[in-house]
Structure formats: C-alpha cells, structure tokens
Design a protein around this ligand. Structure first.
Ligand code: CAA
Length: 263
C-alpha cells in the first residue's frame, strides 16, 4: 500500500485525485539510485492499479535545484558489462510504460541524463524557469540508457537531439519549450500549483476515457500512421460503450456540467 515507508521518495494523494511523488534525495540532486527506481515504480504501479481515487500522478524533485541530475553515478561507476547486461541495468524504469493514468513531470531544476529521460517518460512536462534539460552521458563515457536517444529524437527532431546527445549541452526551460520538449515554462514558485491545477482538470474527466486518449497519443510516438489511425478509431468507438460518454454528451445537450462516473 501507499503506507509502506519509502526512504527516497515522498508520496501523497489529495482530494482532487492528484497524486504527487517527490524524489527526495536533494543532497545528491535527486540522483536516481536503485532505491529511487524501485520506489517510484512501485508507487506509480500502486497508484495506477490499486488507488481508484488517484486520477493523475505528478512527479517532481525535492529542493529547488534538481528534478533529478541523472542516474546515480556513484552507484554505476564500478559496474561491469556482465553485471549491466545480466541485471538488465535500468530496465526497471520501463515498467512506467504500463501506467495508464497520466504522468506529469513538474521539472523544478536539473533534469539531466536519466532525469531528462524520466521526464520524457511522463506524458506532459511542465518546466520551472530554473529547469535545465540535458543528456550529459557522453561526457561520462556512456550513452543515454533510459530511452533518451529515442524519446529526445522524437520530441525535438534529429538535429537538435544529435547536438544534445553528442555534446551533452544543456537547454534551459525556454529553449525546451521552443523545441517541443516541455509544454510550458512557469515561475519556480508556481510550478507545483500549476501542475496541480493541470492535473486537477484532467482528474475531472472520465478516467477510462483519459486512459484511452493517453494510449492513443503514445501510439503516435510508437507506431506508424496507419496503425495509429486504426487504433484511435477502435478506441474512439469503444468510448460509446461507457456510461461516461452518455453522461458527457447528455450534459452538453442539457447545458450542464457532466458528472463522470469513471465507467
Ligand atoms: N549521481 C550521483 N551524485 C550526483 C549526481 C549524480 N548523477 N549529480 C549530482 N550528484 C551529487 C554530487 O556528487 C554532489 O555530491 P557531494 O556533495 O557528495 O559531492 C551533490 O550531488 C551536489 O552536486 P554538485 O556539487 O555537483 O552540484 P553543482 O551545483 O556544482 O552541479 C550539476 C550541478 C551540474 C547538475 C552536477 O552535479 C552534475 O554535473 N551532475 C551530474 C549530471 C550527469 O552527468 N547526469 C547523467 C548521469 S548518467 C545517466 O543518467 C545514465 C543514463 O542515461 C540513464
């Protein structure tokens, strides 16, 4: 349950159906060690599968410097190839792909390496004016290993992704928005409130319809247009099996606010 005691993240769910997970190792700029991975993944899976009142999950970092400054370099430094390969190092993060509820990254500072990749695993990125995005792995003698080469190329295009991945150069929040990596820049002091507001608006919608919409947009990232259009059409048609479709459309006709039952 969410009552399990986490050591490296904080978790809370409010009355609006918004869960906030905070990576809480500010002394290490929220570097993603094995414990953070295990706790973020298990909290997300729990919120997704076993917590019906939580509708949207916000991920952020503790302190005012970092979202996450990457995978924990001190933990990785001595790893050999055989161990990396046989332990499927960092593969645990892939589990987040099975989360159906929307994930919002509230990037409050450095999002570097695995931190940038974790933000890109989320569905929406909001950036504070202190945010810095980058894939500095190349400067450490490695390459991104949590999807960075793939998701960054899809998010910002080949040339800009190449520049970032081959040089490790960072981009600030304004540049990240201009590139399409993040949705919006917000003053640091307003970031979490705005993220909660955004999450709250989504939480008011029909949860199964939100999940369908999310899945369809992700198919656009993962598959070709023909497959994507067929997938969308089937998901669209399937909405008509939900009572929330009847509620949403009759509320419009009756000029009232819908009350979705999430079914
Ligand atoms: N892993 C482990 N510890 C980290 C860390 C990381 N990724 N990033 C920062 N820290 C630690 C520092 O070692 C330091 O600890 P100590 O106080 O014990 O020395 C503490 O956090 C504060 O960091 P700095 O003193 O370096 O802070 P700064 O303000 O001078 O610099 C920074 C900030 C530019 C972000 C710098 O910390 C930095 O370059 N960090 C590493 C960024 C990076 O290379 N990330 C990629 C990691 S590899 C990866 O993620 C692999 C992948 O693809 C999945």
């Amino acid at each position: 349950s969410m009552r399990q005691s986490f050591t490296s993240i904080r978790a809370e769910v409010d009355d609006a159906g918004v869960a906030v997970l905070t990576i809480d190792r500010p002394q290490a700029l929220n570097a993603l060690n094995a414990t953070v991975m295990q706790e973020v993944v298990s909290a997300c899976l729990f919120l997704d599968r076993n917590h019906p009142t939580a509708k949207v999950i916000i991920l952020t970092g503790a302190g005012d410097k970092a979202f996450a400054a990457g995978v924990d370099i001190k933990e990785m430094a001595a790893v050999g190839y055989a161990e990396a390969y046989t332990s499927s190092m960092l593969n645990g993060w892939e589990t987040l792909r099975s989360v159906r509820k929307p994930l919002i990254a509230a990037v409050n500072g450095y999002a570097l390496g695995g931190g940038c990749e974790l933000a890109m695993m989320c569905d929406i990125i909001l950036a504070s004016d202190k945010a810095q995005f980058g894939q500095p792995e190349i400067t450490l003698g490695v390459i991104p290993g949590m999807g960075g080469t793939q998701r960054l190329a899809r998010a910002v295009g080949k040339s800009r992704a190449m520049e970032m991945v081959l040089t490790g150069a960072r981009v600030n929040a304004t540049e990240a928005v201009r590139m399409g990596l993040a949705s919006r820049v917000l003053p640091a002091a307003e970031l979490l409130d705005e993220a909660r507001k955004l999450a709250g608006r989504i939480a008011e919608m029909s949860a199964p319809v939100v999940a369908k919409a999310k899945e369809c947009v992700l198919v656009a990232q993962e598959q070709g247009l023909n497959e994507g259009l067929r997938f969308e059409k089937r998901e669209f048609w399937s909405c008509f099996a939900l009572s929330d479709q009847k509620e949403g459309m009759s509320a419009f006709v009756q000029k009232r606010k819908p009350e979705f039952k999430h079914m």
